[in-house]
Design a protein around this ligand. Structure first.
Ligand code: NI
Length: 433
């Protein structure tokens, strides 16, 4: 007998081509999958091992954070208000040199606790000692797509990293009941020369996994790329053949019209990180144009060291507000589009289309529930707009991943938060002194 769960709520956000709010709906979950979503039917309570009734609640797909460096939560508030290269060279990289394996585990756990509380059920991560990040995902129950961060400026280190990245694939891909998937993570064109990227590409094809890379994040990166190779970052990636593979490209802030065309043609997935790009003064990605051309743009927080939180509601709001202000056009990136970026597009960007990011029969039961009994959810003219422009992460009272409840009534069920806070503080202090 499969374990069946029944979830009822006053509102369920389903999405079949267009968003649809099911009033007085219910969802049946068997093991990790949604087997029914729709209006309430006659049911026998004894057929279910768990019944959750969300009165004045809304159920929607969990958020998908398409780009972060989870363990960097340990550096939150350590170095702020600096330019990217100054921040990396003089603060982050020296502190990272002191990282030990277990630091990654606790830093990732801290990030997962924050993400679950904010309704994130799946994230794409790129960092070091990723076995430890995988262990944190396995234990906490969250879904993740992990990549070992690779740099190729030093040949020996580059090859060792590629070996480590490949063994992460072999050891962890599709583990945790399929919750954990793995990509290869060449850091960026400015830390991975073309011949190295070629090797990564061959390995990714060989292992049949996608590639997660930072691309065209700052104006300085574009300038350096042009002077070194006579090409912009996206043109260079196209020339190498990287974009013929499944690629998740983070940032894509500084793009020419030609690069936008290339990304659209190659169907490259993009992780848009408005909060981090703003805080590091990197600029703003041409999201409205990318979406118009049909590029799958998901949302990411980047790390808590450059954001400084992992709150997808905040990213979603920024993604909707920024282009309106910049283009002096309130009709671009409407609420519906922002919501789609945080869920469905996120799934596309992680190559998990139709599995997560959407509530429908046959999809994984990765969902969150909002308590709508709050002043900022009244009046109920447009709940979809409320989710983007009014909701707060504290409104989320239930989080489920792969059919398992990970947060209920504001309590994390798989994470000992007190221990996580203690370990994170202890380790973070050691790293910066
Ligand atoms: Ni990043």
């Amino acid at each position: 007998m499969p374990k069946k769960k029944l979830l009822q709520a006053d509102y369920i956000l389903a999405w079949d081509n267009a968003p649809e709010i099911i009033s007085q709906g219910e969802i049946v979950i068997e093991d990790s999958l949604i087997t029914y979503i729709g209006p309430r039917l006659e049911r026998r309570e004894k057929d279910f091992e768990e019944i959750i009734k969300g009165r004045d609640n809304l159920i929607m797909p969990g958020f998908i954070n398409t780009h972060t460096h989870a363990a960097m939560s340990l550096f939150r508030g350590y170095a702020d208000d600096m330019a990217l290269m100054d921040w990396l060279n003089n603060k982050i990289w020296p502190a990272e040199a002191k990282l030990r394996k277990e630091d990654i585990y606790w830093g990732t756990m801290l990030a997962i606790a924050e993400m679950l509380r904010g309704g994130t059920t799946c994230f794409a991560d790129m960092y070091f000692h990723m076995d430890e990040a995988a262990r944190a995902c396995l234990e906490s129950g969250i879904r993740a797509s992990l990549a070992q961060g690779l740099t190729g400026l030093d040949k020996i280190k580059g090859m060792a990293g590629l070996k480590e990245g490949s063994s992460l694939v072999r050891n962890w891909h599709n583990k945790g009941d399929g919750r954990i998937t793995v990509m290869l993570g060449p850091h960026a064109p400015y830390t991975c020369p073309p011949d190295y990227l070629q090797k990564v590409l061959e390995k990714a094809a060989d292992l049949d996994v996608p590639i997660h890379i930072h691309l065209a994040e700052t104006r300085a990166e574009v300038k350096e790329c042009l002077s070194k190779y006579g090409k912009t970052p996206v043109e260079l990636m196209e020339e190498i053949g990287l974009l013929d593979h499944r690629v998740l490209a983070a940032h894509c802030v500084h793009l020419t019209e030609k690069e936008i065309e290339i990304l659209a043609e190659k169907e490259t997935a993009i992780a848009h990180n408005p909060g981090s790009n703003l805080k590091l003064g990197s600029g703003t990605a041409p999201v409205a144009k990318l979406l118009e051309k049909g590029v799958p743009v998901g949302l990411g927080t980047d790390s808590a060291a450059s954001n400084n939180n992992l709150d997808m509601l905040e990213e979603m709001r920024l993604a909707a507000l920024l282009p309106k202000g910049l283009l002096e056009n309130p009709t671009v990136v409407p609420a519906e589009t922002a919501l789609k970026m945080a869920t469905i597009n996120g799934a596309d960007a992680l190559f998990l289309s139709n599995e997560v990011g959407i509530l429908k029969k046959g999809a994984k039961a990765d969902l969150i529930m909002f308590n709508l009994n709050q002043p900022h959810f009244y009046p109920r003219h447009n709940i979809l707009a409320h989710l983007v422009y009014s909701a707060r992460s504290a409104d989320i009272n239930l989080v489920m991943v792969n059919g398992t409840v990970l947060m209920s009534d504001g309590e994390l069920l798989t994470i000992d938060e007190e221990r996580v806070f203690f370990e994170a503080q202890l380790r973070a202090t050691r790293l910066v002194y």
